[in-house]
Write a protein that binds this ligand. Structure first.
Ligand SMILES: [Zn+2]
Length: 445
């Protein structure tokens, strides 16, 4: 362990220069962009040779219609149809109207489902594939997309890897042999009942990628706790220090997003370090961690939680994450508020500690509107704390809300409300202080 010092930790990332995939069915090789495509994000390097495969209808699991009921998709390669079962007159069997269900409108839904069912790969039959591939070209090979190296090469033990291939009728038919995709589709559409087939045709799937490495750094400032036993437990305080950079000659300053959180971390680090120097340091340890790559998909924090937690996650009692705390949004007339998100989701105790700290010291208006379970903004999933929460570590996300300068070159420093920034930073500090010093670690509900 190192003393009170901040050290950088390299986070290996990659961009993808080129992705290609090949599918061979019964000796016939199909070409990328002609008969199939896949995306660089979410695809590993892969080779599947005659893995167990199933045609699983529309790949839907709904109370009204389920392709998965009674089936075991675990470890299988699945071939599914796009869309949903529909009668001849265009009425969906799911909605009972001509309106499609969410299984058609939200492309993520079938993918998430197949992944959760343990599928190894998903083949989605895509009509007019070559045309669709051209439309998707800029997304298929997008050099702007960054990934953790471990994800890009399929070596992240914490990420459930499932490759998705979009395939033509020609591929599907050759896999299905006599009972063509069209036959299967009509059978389902006419009856409104699922229809499954085992695929026995020999085949192989392969993904190749040309990747370029690049690396960024998380910074870790460790303040060791003063108690001989409790110091093994840690409170992690995060804010991301990356922003959008320069685009088309415009500098995106990111004063609020997340310059505000980054300077808050420095102040909090200084306060804890001062307390320690005065012989009154926190009993538990504190890890101050400015993270990189948030704007590219929470990459720095995910590297820490998925690949290399420097301190064991089981000893990590909470994460307080600060992302935008220097401004006032349109919903409020002054800066005497803060949105608190996630505080009660894993530990009611954490929620109460934050409220008590606020009543005693900062008296901010704690606004919980974005904490609602079905909030359409989904902020709970959108900043670095989420990577801790998904590991069942209680979190609080402190946030001032979006404003006209959000993700604009005009997010500049003279617009920061320093009085608000100071009070909100103090709230995070007092909450961390309580977490670090209470006799028992907070309970996970
Ligand atoms: Zn941010």
């Amino acid at each position: 362990m190192w003393a009170t010092a901040a050290i950088p930790k390299t986070v290996p990332l990659v961009t993808t220069e080129q992705i290609e995939a090949t599918i061979t069915v019964n000796g016939k090789i199909y070409e990328f962009m002609q008969d199939l495509y896949c995306f660089s994000r979410g695809s590993g390097f892969t080779e599947y040779l005659n893995n167990k495969a199933l045609f699983l209808g529309y790949g839907i699991d709904d109370p009204k219609y389920s392709d998965y009921a009674g089936k075991d998709a675990n470890g299988q390669v699945l071939l599914i149809l796009a869309g949903e079962p529909t009668r001849k007159d265009g009425t969906s069997w799911l909605t009972g109207s001509k309106e499609p269900s969410v299984w058609t409108t939200d492309w993520r839904k079938k993918i998430d489902l197949a992944r959760n069912k343990g599928a190894k790969a998903l083949l989605v039959l895509t009509p007019q594939l070559a045309k669709k591939a051209q439309e998707m070209k800029s997304y298929i090979n997008n050099p702007e997309i960054m990934q953790l190296e471990a994800d890009a090469i399929g070596r992240n033990p914490k990420a459930k890897m499932m490759n998705v291939f979009y395939v033509s009728d020609a591929i599907a038919d050759r896999l299905l042999r006599k009972k063509t995709a069209e036959y299967c589709q009509q059978r389902i559409n006419q009856s409104g009942k699922p229809y499954m087939r085992r695929i026995k045709t020999p085949y192989s799937l392969e993904i190749q990628k040309k990747i370029n490495p690049l690396s960024v750094e998380n910074v870790l400032g460790y303040i060791e706790g003063s108690d001989a036993v409790l110091k093994n437990e840690v409170v992690i305080i995060t804010a991301h220090y990356d922003h959008l950079g320069i685009e088309h000659g415009n500098t995106y300053y990111g004063a609020d997003d997340d310059g505000s959180g980054t300077v808050a971390l420095l102040e909090i680090a200084q306060a804890f370090t001062q307390a320690k120097a005065d012989g009154k340091g926190p009993k538990r340890s504190i890890l101050i961690m400015p993270v990189a790559g948030e704007e590219k998909g929470l990459l720095g924090s995910r590297y820490y939680t998925d690949i290399q937690p420097i301190l064991p996650l089981k000893n990590t009692i909470a994460n307080l994450n600060i992302d935008m705390i220097g401004r006032v949004d349109d919903e409020h007339t002054d800066g005497n508020y803060i949105y608190v998100i996630g505080s009660d989701k894993l530990s009611k105790e954490l929620h109460n500690i934050n409220e008590t700290a606020n009543q005693r010291y900062t008296r901010l208006n704690l606004d919980y509107r974005f904490n609602a379970e079905n909030d359409p903004n989904r902020f709970y999933y959108r900043s670095d704390h989420y990577n801790f929460a998904k590991n069942r570590i209680p979190v609080i996300f402190y946030f001032n809300g979006v404003h006209a300068d959000y993700h604009q070159p005009s997010d500049t420093v003279e617009k920061i409300d320093y009085e608000a920034l100071k009070k909100r930073t103090q709230l995070v500090f007092y909450t961390a202080w309580d977490l670090a010093n209470r006799p028992q670690r907070i309970k996970v509900d």
